[in-house]
Design a protein around this ligand. Structure first.
Ligand code: FAD
Length: 376
């Protein structure tokens, strides 16, 4: 008889786990507490590792159709270009940028095609390590495997008595999607990391995310109430980054401000319950690897369950195999957040982006460079 999984959370981790388990013959039910299936936030970067996972779960073609592949990644501090790195060419880092909704719809489509059952307005409040998902309406849903993919504030994780180290940072980010206006072609097709240092620290990660779509992640310390405020007050931002005025004046009341929040667990599972994605390892977005690691670990979990004789053995195998790279990435992301090293012209290298160079469990390298087409 098919083994059955109950999953809390239809975010990127929950959808990836659901699809990967269905591909391996499991029956799967996903519970999303919101009344709608949609992504929150504005844009997202997906590096090589995440792209390979998307291919393995059947979401890659839909992601590619409408995502953006910038030919360069620049870093500009106080008006001076410190780094200009070529990306997305043969042998280089591969990075697609897109709206979160675009990624979400591609992953949701793959999960639905795989036959996963996905319920909205269905809230989990905890789990029993013997294999039950506990619901807000009082039901206890039995399963061979329960997955807590319910994000950084995970109720499933918090019900299990796992040791959680949490941290909030002094910086936060306003995320907005807007029209690229006149900023198109040439260097405006690059991802550009703009920094202003000195008396006031501000950053805009300028990210083309489609032919007409621009994602901006606007960093300001939480203590800077003027710059950290939403709706965005354009004046301090235009003063710091005058070249971005054509887009900074179009933002209206768009955007939300979130302070970085991270979590780290002593173990990723208890009995038959696995904790996957931000619920296990939220990290500062400095390496843009939170979702990449989340979906990598979701696929890795499904593969381990195929290999090991029992669920408990699979969870041990999974954590031993996947965790070192996630720990490294989380640690490196935290160091970069604390030191603000990106402002000093830090180039991407294989130490920082070890996760991007990794071939995730359950995936194979691309035979060609298929997403070249996305910007040609
Ligand atoms: C500013 C910022 C920028 C980022 N940029 C990037 C980037 O460019 N690239 C990248 O790879 N990562 C990035 N990340 C990280 C990325 O957003 C997360 O790692 C990713 O969203 C984690 O996915 P998840 O499915 O684990 O959690 P979530 O996306 O939080 O999904 C959790 C889901 O569970 C649902 N849920 C919550 N509680 C319950 C409950 N009790 N019962 C049922 N459902 C529940 C939620 O509604 C949600 O749908 C960024 C993060 C931040 C803060």
């Amino acid at each position: 008889m098919a083994r059955h999984a109950e999953i809390a959370g239809a975010g990127f981790a929950g959808l990836a786990a659901a699809t990967a388990l269905r591909q391996r013959g499991w029956t799967v039910r996903v519970h999303e507490k919101n009344d709608e299936l949609r992504a929150f936030g504005a844009g997202i970067f997906i590096w090589d590792n995440g792209l390979r996972v998307l291919q393995a779960i059947g979401a890659y073609d839909a992601v590619l159709d409408g995502a953006f592949a910038a030919p360069g990644y620049d870093s500009r501090t106080n008006g001076e270009t410190l780094v200009s790195q070529s990306i997305n060419g043969p042998g280089e880092y591969r990075l697609l940028t897109m709206s979160r909704q675009h990624l979400y719809e591609a992953m949701l489509g793959a999960a639905q095609r795989s036959g996963a059952e996905i319920l909205t307005g269905s809230e989990a409040i905890g789990a029993d390590p013997r294999g039950e998902l506990l619901m807000a309406d009082g039901r206890r849903l039995k399963a061979d495997l329960v997955i807590g993919a319910d994000g950084v504030k995970s109720a499933v994780r918090d019900s299990l008595g796992l040791e959680v180290a949490r941290r909030r940072y002094e910086d936060g980010i306003i995320r907005v999607l807007t029209d690229r206006a006149t900023l198109k072609g040439g260097v405006w097709d690059h991802v550009i990391d703009f920094w202003r240092t000195g008396d006031r620290l501000l950053r805009i990660l300028y990210t083309p995310s489609g032919p007409d779509l621009l994602y901006m992640a606007m960093l300001a310390p939480a203590a800077d109430s003027q710059a950290a405020g939403v709706p965005v007050k354009p004046a301090p931002w235009i003063e710091a980054f005058p070249e971005l005025e054509p887009v900074l004046t179009t933002l209206g009341d768009r955007g939300r401000y979130d302070v970085y929040e991270t979590t780290k667990l002593d173990r990723w599972s208890a009995g038959r319950v696995a904790i996957v994605g931000d619920s296990a390892h939220a990290m500062p977005p400095t390496l843009a690897q939170g979702a990449g690691c989340a979906i990598t670990n979701a696929l890795g979990l499904a593969v381990a369950l195929e290999e090991a004789a029992t669920v408990e053995a699979a969870l041990s195998l999974w954590e031993a195999r996947e965790r070192p790279l996630t720990d490294h990435t989380q640690r490196r992301a935290a160091e970069i957040a604390a030191s603000r090293a990106l402002a000093s012209g830090m180039a991407w290298d294989d130490e920082g982006l070890r996760a991007a160079r990794h071939i995730p469990t359950g995936t194979t390298p691309f035979a060609t460079e298929p997403h070249q087409a996305a910007y040609s």
